[in-house]
Design a binder for this molecule. Structure first.
Ligand SMILES: C[C@H](O)[C@H](O)[C@H]1CNC2=NC(N)=NC(=O)C2=N1
Length: 97
């Protein structure tokens, strides 16, 4: 099972994920899309990636503002799987804009 990263490791990883904040409990990013349908389209693409990986972010949708929170529930905190998922979410958001 993936191991929870230390606070220092999370800090180091977040240095390369400019739009994300967090700590060993979870990392999150809030993004504003151009419209509600675009927000849903991004969530749909993230859902596909999450299913492929069997690793799912917590998602909050408010009109066109979406917050993604990545944490590994089974491990009780942030693991490499969350860092990888965050990178993929960034790619999806980038291509949606
Ligand atoms: C059985 C299956 O592997 C698990 O339930 C998966 C599904 N997606 C998951 N996603 C996340 N973020 N954490 C988990 O622990 C997790 N567990």
């Amino acid at each position: 099972m993936a191991e929870v990263l230390t606070a220092e490791a999370v800090r180091d990883k977040l240095a390369a994920l400019a739009d994300w904040t967090g700590d060993p409990a979870g990392i999150s990013r809030t993004v504003q899309l151009n419209s509600f349908p675009e927000a849903i389209a991004v969530v749909d693409r993230v859902a596909e990636v999450a299913e492929e990986r069997d690793h799912h972010p917590d998602i909050d949708i408010r009109w066109r503002t979406v917050t993604f929170r990545c944490t590994t529930h089974s491990a009780g905190g942030v693991t490499e799987r969350d860092i990888d998922l965050a990178r993929r979410i960034d790619e999806i958001v980038r291509s949606a804009r």
